[in-house]
Design a binder for this molecule. Structure first.
Ligand SMILES: [Zn+2]
Length: 400
């Protein structure tokens, strides 16, 4: 893939700003050392980022008698970003400052009656307004709104191509939203959002090759290759949840059988438990997957042997599927993200590490760290979506 000098420059802007946010306040030579870029390049990029109002001068470093080095810091009043996690059953919007501090959030439930495009658009717009007009946003410049949509999206056209659980086809989402919202709008999917959250503010910052496994009701992987989000030819890279783990295995809603998702998505984990212990009190009586995953998490903490076994088996499935990713991509780091990983935490991580050690080839597996997502807060997807807005600003800095 040939990259234009403009694309390289944009990627370098991302890299320098990410590092500056992480280490703020920081000197230019230190940014150069951390990013691997030359001091001259870093000085130019810092100048551009300061021109955009994203970085400001922040005094001098104590140089112990040598020539004092100027420091730059993230501009605390440089602007706000909104990230929206649109999921099958809810809309969650969060407002961030440039240091990725969450300033406000708003969560709305999507009821089955709300799922027509114009109704979902109204719910998204209301959630965005609730955070964008929050008092913590007063006096700060709104830079943009990023939206993560389930299913397949065409990010350039701003279209939700397919949202399978809602029966949507080719909905011009950003055009409909623009009727309600005055902001710059950016669209992508949750896999890419989870990966972007780790690149900007989590375990993949400063890493070139990373995999972020998103475990929720659905399952997928965000991929960073060479320090950048890999979107693929049609923005659909990372649909690892629908790769085959068990030949002729469980039926998947995608119409095929034996997909990874049917064993390690929340409903798959619930099924692992049910097949092991059909009358387990850990199973939610009204088939609420969130409640059962929470019960499994509690059960593991309390040493309940059925919970430990069910999470162990689910972790073994997940580890086998992660081992494929490790063999295929040779990543520096694999991050387990999403609400299921957040709930099951360390017990799940242990099983995945053990299974990858068994199943992956020794060379890539030996080098790959496997960690839980350190991104705190309600939704890494919201944070990642907000980072798309920031990337949008950095990609087209001349836009008013
Ligand atoms: Zn599938």
């Amino acid at each position: 893939m040939k990259r234009t000098s403009r694309e390289i420059r944009t990627a370098n802007r991302y890299r320098v700003l990410r590092q500056a946010i992480a280490d703020s306040p920081v000197s230019r030579p230190r940014l150069a050392a951390a990013t691997g870029l030359s001091t001259a390049t870093v000085a130019t990029l810092v100048g551009e980022l300061a021109g955009l109002g994203l970085l400001v001068d922040a005094g001098y470093e104590d140089s112990g008698g040598g020539r004092p080095r100027g420091l730059v810091a993230v501009n605390p009043r440089g602007g706000t970003l909104v990230g929206v996690d649109v999921a099958e059953t809810y809309v969650h919007a969060e407002l961030f400052d440039l240091s990725w501090r969450a300033l406000a959030s708003s969560r709305r439930t999507l009821r089955p009656a709300d799922l027509a495009p114009r109704r979902v658009v109204r719910v998204i717009a209301a959630a965005v307004r609730a955070v964008a007009e929050h008092r913590s946003a007063a006096g700060r410049r709104p830079l943009g709104v990023g939206i993560s949509m389930p299913g397949v999206v065409d990010r350039t056209a701003g279209v939700s191509v397919v949202a399978p659980n809602w029966g949507w086809q080719d909905v011009p989402l950003l055009r409909l939203l623009a009727e309600h919202l005055p902001h710059q709008l950016f669209l992508d999917n949750p896999l890419h959002a989870c990966l972007a959250a780790e690149l900007w503010s989590g375990a993949a910052r400063g890493r070139d090759d990373a995999v972020v496994v998103n475990l929720g009701t659905g399952v997928g992987a965000g991929l960073a290759l060479g320090g950048e989000l890999h979107r693929g030819a049609f923005n659909s890279a990372g649909e690892w949840g629908h790769t085959t783990l068990v030949l002729d295995g469980r039926a998947c809603h995608c119409g095929r059988r034996g997909c990874v998702e049917t064993y390690v998505g929340a409903p798959g984990i619930v099924r692992n438990l049910r097949e092991m212990s059909p009358d387990s009190p850990l199973l939610s009586p009204d088939d609420d997957q969130t409640a059962t995953i929470a019960a499994l998490s509690r059960g593991c903490r309390e040493g309940d042997p059925v919970a430990v076994k069910a999470v162990g088996e689910s972790g073994a499935y997940l580890g086998a599927a992660v081992a494929d990713l490790v063999n295929l991509l040779d990543p520096e780091i694999v991050v387990l993200s999403g609400w299921v990983a957040g709930q099951l935490g360390e017990p799940l991580l242990r099983e995945v590490r053990a299974a990858v050690a068994r199943q992956a080839l020794r060379r890539p597996a030996g080098g790959a760290e496997i960690v839980l997502s350190p991104v705190a807060g309600a939704s890494p997807v919201s944070l990642g979506a907000a980072s798309f807005a920031l990337e949008g600003v950095l990609a087209a800095p001349d836009r008013p």
